[in-house]
Design a binder for this molecule. Sequence first.
Ligand code: IFM
Length: 467
Amino acid sequence: MTALDARPATTTLRFPTGFRWGTATAAYQIEGAASEDGRTPSIWDTFSRTPGKVRNGDTGDVAADHYHRMSEDIGLMRRLGVTDYRFSIAWPRVQPTGRGPAVQKGLDFYRRLVDELLEAGIRPVATLYHWDLPQELEDAGGWPERDTAYRFGEYAAIMAEALGDRVATWTTLNEPWCAAFLGYGNGEHAPGRTSALASLRAAHHFNLAHGLAVGQLRGTAPAAEISLTLNLHAVRPRSNAPEDLDAARRIDAVGNRVFLDPVFHGRLPEDLIHDTAPVTDWSFVLDGDLDITAAPIDSLGINYYSPTVVAAASPSPSPSSSPWAGAEGHVSFLPAPGPRTAMNWPVDAEGLYELLVRLRDDLPGVPLLITENGAAYDDYADPSGAVKDPERVEYLHAHLTAVHRALADGADVRGYFLWSLLDNFEWAYGYSKRFGIVHVDFATQRRTLKDSARWYADIIARGGLPA
Ligand code: IFM
């Protein structure tokens, strides 16, 4: 009998004992208090205050006011029964210029957060970088510059010292693909630069920063689990024609292996070097870098929302707005069929299954955490005050079913973190997209559990999915 078999009559798909049921958030998306207690601007403060960059001119100045409502939000998680909470630390709150000593008030906020989580019986899972680079470091060149990786290593040392004894899991970076390629490649995200070379340099320096941080964390917090979160692309070619397979290979190289290979194999993907030859020779990768990037980690976090369907494109001039260095002019992106979320992202749980079994095969022995999965819908409180979100429940049910199937097929998935606990600042979309299982009325900051939150609490209590 496997750990998945035994189940009470009311639960059809039971998850293994000890499976981690979490929710996830990120500092800039929920905290607010943008200039309190010594916090200085990050690249997202600057970007969101730049006209035309974020829908409706929204900023994270107040967001979900979590900085002042942290205890209430932990209370909500306690009600849901989550075992783990994944949050991120705002670098400019604890080390405002990205250099030098830490600000005690900033550290104190995260100390309180961790202590209250532990008191509530919830395991803290801390992400060091969820896109909010101190603006001063961007002014000094940002992630395309090597020095930023060293600054990140120092910041990791500060956090390991402050919280290393109490944080169960450290995630160095969240979705470096978005930060490198949307931030420096097509300018959709902060800091809004548009250079293929800068995005590739940034990607390498993220890998280096990750490795340097692993070294710091390992030294100070040897008992903690150390992880990295990637938004791996579940790439599907339109057909098995060689040109379509090559399109998928290019996206896999610049979307996935650009991080997986340096981190897990200590090498750069040869085909990526070849594909990107027109924009760079990769001479910014120095001797010894790939030994640092490959510092062993304890698990891999995966953020999954929808698959990427591609086909060959006939060569055409590169669009300046592409985040896909080395793939422009060679790849067309095709719409996946089926229903869509409010982000217009296809609902396709099979993509999550595909990703998990691929990682089972490609990275044997590496435990997996689903560090984000969820969906935005146009939720609202009805006159009775209820927030009904049946599409989200359906989305979550389908994706958890896919996770269960991957587990049964041998993928070593240790936990699932629902994105997101709260409605929040959805980057370039501002507050127009609601990913939370808790509705936030941004005018009053009133929190209301959506139906999906009650559903998730029931799943956690059962340890599995009902029929
Ligand atoms: O809101 C984001 C999160 O910050 C990173 N992963 C994707 C989510 C939805 O877009």
